[in-house]
Write a protein that binds this ligand. Structure first.
Ligand code: FAD
Length: 379
């Protein structure tokens, strides 16, 4: 077993790292503080087809896999988590179209999505369907060759700048669960914006609550098989973007801390020379490596078609907690300056906290992981 990236993987990582370092990171504090949407950054990612990284080249994408996705998302998140979440969620929507859409849908949407000219957002969660999406209340009823959608979606990241929401709705009776949920591409203009929350972190890309009032969409906007939307979605592993975002924040917190503690002096020495500080920094590095290894393992195994329930939950729990822990340590080791918005580290903590909740709270993943462990060791 070789723990080395391929030449292509290294070159993707280097390309995104360079872009993130020069084009995103220097503006991250201001974008977050002013809550400004990073339009030009996302446009440039579109021009480079990084917004189509995992889509087939035939559709204008770069034809890469989940490991490459995790590497790209780590780099973007190390600079500004909101950019990484926008790209990760958009690619997740595009991947559902690619995997389960019709040939016509692929032709219509994927080239535009690869270039970020058509932007996708995910409409899965609702007010009463958070951890348990099966409790969603949005309905889809067939009427001739149209579908009528009624209900709401909550926390639709990047809704305000998206073109389509991949909207999950109940199209069958509860007794058929989970085979009673279908997915539809609904134009954002069909929704009404009900609430745009102020949030602790992730401030430059909003995640509002939006509603649908008997909105009619043509039959060809159904993506995948009727009733199988929720089940088919689980076969798509673009959710690796959540732990990858955690790795990015954890790494950025480590790097900033090494730089700061190597320069700052107290008691006539660099604070990075105190043993207590050195041990904390060592532990931070350990968290980054463990989080990255678990994330890349989950991505690699998913790419090879293995069952990855256990691996994904481990990566999600570990990497998102690593981000919170490293951000907390980074603030502590920056002292008072870490508590100001002059430095990135306070934002790392605010952004990291989202990751232990979004993508399903870590407690739910602990349950999934434990179930998988018991199943494996009792058979
Ligand atoms: C900023 C932001 C962006 C988001 N973006 C999107 C998006 O683009 N698309 C989308 O569809 N969704 C999105 N989400 C929704 C996100 O996936 C949900 O918030 C998440 O699944 C949790 O649902 P909930 O908030 O309703 O929490 P709840 O389900 O109400 O859970 C609350 C808390 O209860 C505890 N808990 C829950 N279940 C268990 C359990 N089984 N065992 C023990 N404790 C438990 C946990 O501590 C959990 O945090 C986003 C959320 C936020 C905050």
């Amino acid at each position: 077993m070789r723990f080395e990236l391929t030449t292509t993987q290294q070159s993707i990582r280097n390309e995104v790292r360079e872009f993130a370092e020069y084009e995103i990171e220097p503006r991250a504090i201001e974008l977050d503080r002013q809550e400004v949407y990073p339009t030009d950054i996302l446009d440039e990612l579109g021009e480079r087809r990084l917004t189509g990284l995992t889509l087939p080249e035939a559709y204008g994408g770069r034809g890469e896999g989940l490991v490459e996705l995790a590497l790209m998302i780590e780099e973007l998140s190390a600079a500004l988590m909101s950019v990484a979440s926008t790209v990760g969620l958009h690619l997740g929507v595009a991947t559902v179209v690619e995997r389960f859409g019709t040939e016509e849908q692929r032709d219509e949407f994927l080239p535009e999505m690869a270039a970020f000219d058509t932007v996708g957002a995910l409409g899965l969660s609702e007010a009463n369907a958070g951890s348990n999406k099966l409790e969603m209340e949005t309905t889809a009823e067939r009427d001739g060759n149209e579908w009528v959608l009624d209900g709401h979606k909550q926390w639709v990241t990047n809704f305000l700048d998206a073109d389509y929401v991949l909207t999950y709705a109940k199209s069958g009776p509860d007794r058929d669960e989970p085979h009673n949920i279908s997915a539809f591409l609904v134009p954002t203009e069909e929704f009404e914006v009900e609430e745009v929350w102020e949030t602790l972190g992730a401030r430059s890309v909003k995640s509002p609550r939006v509603s649908l009032d008997d909105v009619r969409v043509p039959e060809d906007r159904l993506v995948g098989d009727e009733g199988e939307g929720y089940v088919q979605r689980r076969a798509v592993h673009s959710g690796v973007n959540v732990p990858a975002r955690g790795v990015g924040i954890a790494r950025a917190a480590l790097e900033d801390t090494v730089a700061y503690t190597s320069a700052r002096e107290q008691y006539g020495q660099h604070i990075g020379d105190f043993q207590g500080v050195r041990w904390t920094v060592g532990e931070m590095a350990e968290r980054v490596d463990a989080a990255r290894l678990l994330t890349l393992r989950a991505a690699d195994r998913a790419e090879r078609g293995h069952d990855v329930v256990r691996e994904f939950s481990m990566a999600k729990i570990n990497a998102t907690q690593a981000a919170v822990d490293n951000a907390t340590d980074a603030i502590q080791l920056h002292g008072g300056m870490g508590y100001t918005t002059e430095h990135h580290v306070e934002r790392y903590l605010r952004d990291a906290k989202l990751l232990t909740i979004a993508g399903g709270p870590n407690e739910g993943h602990e349950n999934t992981l434990a179930d998988a462990v018991f199943e494996r060791h009792s058979t």
